[in-house]
Design a protein around this ligand. Structure first.
Ligand code: URA
Length: 436
């Protein structure tokens, strides 16, 4: 087999076979196929696309390029969730213990903040003593004892993705839907999940800005999963304003605790409950999403989801007393408010701009090696549709310096638009696509 022939085949729009895909992935990882040939193939994929079956072959070849976590000795069902990333998206912190309380085992391997989107590991690291990256034996123990565990992606998992992503990044091919699909799915399956629920975010603060783009990715994830005989649900959710009211590492842990006590903001709870309910259905605990929603609500009401969260904090080295003591108290040194210039209703909030404002504060980072701050962030005192008076506070910012706080306030100001009419508010669940 010659890589040149595979490039030409893809360039002319023909699907590659399982053997051909395996040849190029193993050849690239072993160094036998040079990056310039893989770059040419990536560009051919970008323009010609891939069938779902072909994307499945790529996913499987990528999984087999490195370590695969074998969690099959666990009772299961093993179901994980992946979000394409948003602002204020702390869903994982609530969903994992809630799904666990409903009988699902959740092997959650998450990432760190980058650009305008936050990272679950950075949020967990703001809990005193918490080890967000743990050894495999503790990860397994967590799954057995509390039904879920949180850790970072192991470097040995899907090395093909790391190599290929670096090439995609410099060849203008990151946005290819089949390449995104194989990249996301290979990591989740290599980490031991049997079934997956995807939160495909759509809107100004999302990777996919339009409904069409989001649906294309959702269909690709579900159909590729189907070709691999996996249960997959993709929920397209709106990301036109930050999710919940708090954005910041510890601030988001706090808001997650409120949700686990049944006292969370409506928008965040709507998305979290729906995604968790689909995990419960994908895991075969109950047959319908309505029954799964009832089960989730009862696990929140009886405190078992909160108990699971706190058990995980202890298991991963966190100090739960210190966590509860700091709740609603621990804040960065400086606090300032951004006030409304006019009276009316909050018409829109640009979540991308708000996400970017988190970077100078230290909520997120520009480069992977940058440090983040645990106690900085902001609280949205007003969200879409809420009435405001002139001079009333819209956002409260916490920062580690007055100057940064002022810079961030200037960044946030244009993100808020005040109108004279109450904007139409609708469900954040835009569409659901399933292979069950
Ligand atoms: N996230 C991933 O893991 N891979 C992509 O290609 C895009 C987003």
């Amino acid at each position: 087999m010659r890589m040149t022939d595979l490039i030409i085949k893809k360039r002319s729009g023909k699907p590659l076979s399982k053997g051909e895909i395996e040849f190029l992935v193993t050849g690239y990882v072993s160094g036998e196929i040079p990056p310039y040939q893989i770059s040419a193939w990536l560009m051919a994929v970008y323009f010609q696309g891939m069938s779902f079956e072909e994307t499945g072959y790529l996913t499987r070849a990528m999984i087999n390029s490195g370590k695969v976590f074998d969690l099959s000795s666990l009772a299961g069902p093993l179901v994980d969730k992946h979000s394409t990333g948003g602002v204020g998206d702390k869903v994982s912190l609530i969903l994992a213990p809630l799904a666990a309380a409903c009988g699902v085992q959740v092997p959650m391997m998450s990432g760190r903040a980058l650009g305008h989107t936050g990272g679950t590991l950075d949020k967990l690291d703001s809990i005193p003593g918490y080890q967000s990256v743990i050894p495999e034996d503790l990860f397994r123990r967590g799954l057995i004892e509390t039904g879920f565990a949180m850790t970072g992606q192991s470097k040995d998992v899907v090395p093909a993705d790391r190599l290929m992503y670096a090439l995609r990044d410099v060849t203008g091919t990151v946005e290819s839907v089949p390449l995104i699909t194989a990249s996301i799915m290979s990591k989740k399956f290599a980490e031991g999940a049997q079934s997956l629920v995807f939160d495909v975010k759509c809107g100004s603060g999302a990777f996919m800005k339009t409904a069409e783009e989001a649906e294309k990715l959702a269909v690709s994830l579900v159909e590729t999963g189907r070709s691999l005989d996996r249960k997959i649900v993709a929920v397209i959710t709106a990301m036109d304003e930050p999710l919940g009211r708090k954005v910041g590492n510890f601030l988001e842990v706090e808001e997650s605790l409120a949700c686990l006590r049944g006292d969370g903001p409506e928008d965040l709870m709507e998305v979290t409950l729906r995604l968790t309910a689909w995990m419960v259905v994908a895991g075969g605990i109950v047959p319908t999403v309505e029954e799964a929603l009832d089960l989730c609500r009862s696990r929140l009401a009886d405190g078992s989801a909160l108990d699971r969260f706190l058990a995980n904090v202890s298991l991963q080295g966190g100090d739960r007393e210190a966590l509860l003591e700091r709740e609603n108290k621990a804040r960065a040194a400086y606090s300032l408010e951004m006030k409304a210039d006019e009276e009316g209703y909050v018409e829109s909030i640009d979540s991308f701009a708000l996400g970017m404002a988190g970077i100078p504060l230290g909520v997120g980072r520009n480069k992977t090696e940058d440090a983040v701050e645990p106690l900085v962030g902001y609280e949205l005192l007003k969200k879409r549709g809420e009435p405001v008076k002139k001079g009333e506070s819209l956002v409260r910012i916490w920062s580690e310096s007055q100057e940064t706080g002022e810079t961030v306030r200037d960044m946030i100001r244009p993100a808020y638009r005040i109108g004279q009419k109450i904007p139409e508010l609708s469900s954040l669940i835009l569409k659901e696509i399933k292979a069950l």
